[in-house]
Design a protein around this ligand. Structure first.
Ligand code: ATP
Ligand code: DP6
Length: 417
């Protein structure tokens, strides 16, 4: 009789935002970077990927569904991750259900993968980071691989560079490594998410119809043409990494904010130094920078750090020193960027809504009535230039979800529910 069992594992993995940026590869296939980078992991309650992986002798090929739609696994990045994980598979025994898979069986067994991002995919919110980290983590558990999260990060890295940093919570360093096979290019935790739990993160998802230059293409062109990148990777980043680790360990917000903003700005300068130049930020991004810079200067000490990635949307990630600063920041942001009149406040500020409450904002009338920030004369308002805000904080690393109701595949058929 043909065996019909399905064995499944479901995992949840956070996304991350770099405070010292990865930009540029020294090896395109293995995805080896030209410098170390450091990121903060975002709370999975607000931004995360959930992935279910299943194995069954009845499956006839590897298949994947992303947000409910079947996608091809033929791309090199998916293939590299699948191959590397299969090579590390071990014996699996489920005595209760009478399932036994030996190390060698994994070569002939196929997997089904279903994944769901609780935020827009490819909107510049690092879905590829959470996605590949979750894929590798879930497959490793399904196949009983013995590797720790750092070792798994070196596999996730081959799906998308920034994905390696999503295998840990808190603050994470991706060490560029030295050896040719990439085995020492992996992520390590700097501190966990409890170490600095005052921090509040506000993401402004910026409306954009700009044409995208993908990170992969953009950084290739930068490596080929920018002399500034060589100087950055060799002289600047190594020093900044040491200072950033220090600032994080000592919870030194002034130094943290200074380094974060400077590194984001230098990353965008390196993009501009590329031939042809790459522009990821737009007028709204520049206005957000100016708002943060002016506020920080007027306070005499930094209240907020900003950082911008290479998205299709030039989203701003703002890190406030504590809840009080976050509430004041949100007031300023909502002053400059009120929602369109047909938008409800509830769908305009997402995530941890208690920050809104701290800011004393309950409805759109309160937004209308906000006073202009005193540090800017004749402050204008830019209605509709931000799509929405997400309030969040540093968060934990990957976890397994044991509750079967959270699985995205049916335990009977191994197909999407
Ligand atoms: N949950 C997921 N599981 C596996 N792969 C995913 C998942 N989500 C996204 N991806 C992969 O990542 C790709 C999107 O990556 P891309 O780098 O274009 O966007 P992003 O990560 O959202 O934004 P950015 O990297 O610019 O911040 C998708 O086409 C898909 O291949
Ligand atoms: C600007 C960045 O977000 C670049 C991220 O690049 P990706 O990890 O998306 O690129 P690939 O390795 O080619 O998949 C900075 C960062 O996250 O460090």
């Amino acid at each position: 009789m043909a065996e019909t069992w399905v064995r499944m594992v479901t995992a949840q993995t956070p996304t991350n935002i770099a405070v010292i940026k990865y930009w540029g590869k020294r090896d395109e296939t293995l995805i080896l970077p030209v410098n170390d980078s450091i990121s903060v992991t975002l709370d999975p309650a607000h931004l995360c990927t959930t992935t279910t992986v299943a194995v069954s002798p009845s499956f006839v090929q590897d298949r994947m569904w992303l947000n409910g739609k079947e996608i091809s696994l033929s791309g090199g990045r998916y293939q590299n991750c699948l191959r590397e994980i299969r090579a590390r598979a071990c014996d699996v025994e489920d005595k209760e259900r009478g399932i036994k898979i030996s190390k060698k069986d994994w070569e002939k067994l196929y997997v089904h993968i279903a994944s769901y991002n609780n935020f827009p995919t490819a909107a510049g919110l690092a879905s590829s980071a959470a996605g590949f980290a979750c894929l590798v983590f879930a497959l490793a558990k399904l196949m009983n691989a013995k590797e720790d999260n750092s070792e798994l990060s070196a596999i996730a890295r081959q799906g998308s560079g920034s994905a390696c940093r999503s295998l840990f919570g808190g603050f994470v360093k991706w060490k560029m490594g030295k050896v040719e096979d990439g085995s020492d290019s992996l992520a390590v935790q700097v501190v966990d998410e409890k170490h600095w739990d005052d921090l509040v993160i506000i993401i402004a998802v910026v409306s954009s119809r700009q044409k995208e230059t993908s990170s992969t293409t953009g950084m290739r062109e930068t490596v080929e043409t920018s002399l500034l990148l060589q100087h950055r990777a060799k002289e600047i980043v190594p020093k900044r990494i040491v200072q950033m680790e220090e600032s994080i360990k000592n919870r030194n917000f002034a130094s943290f904010a200074h380094l974060t903003c400077a590194d984001s700005n230098q990353f965008h300068a390196v993009c501009m130094d590329t031939c042809p130049p790459i522009f990821y930020m737009n007028d709204t991004s520049h206005r957000i920078i100016s708002c943060a810079e002016k506020w920080n200067r007027s306070e005499g000490t930094p209240q907020v750090a900003y950082t911008f990635d290479a998205g299709p949307g030039p989203n701003a990630v703002l890190i406030a020193r504590n809840r009080q600063a976050a509430a004041r920041l949100l007031q300023k942001l909502l002053f400059y960027f009120p929602p369109n009149s047909d938008t409800e406040l509830n769908s305009y500020v997402l995530g941890d809504k208690s920050i809104l409450k701290d800011a004393g904002i309950e409805d759109l009338k309160d937004v209308e009535a906000l006073p202009p920030p005193p540090e800017i004369k004749d402050a204008p308002r830019y209605k509709g230039d931000v799509s929405y805000f997400i309030c969040t904080r540093p968060g934990r690393g990957p976890v397994l979800l044991s509750d079967e109701s959270q699985a995205l595949l049916s335990p009977e058929t191994g197909l999407p529910k």
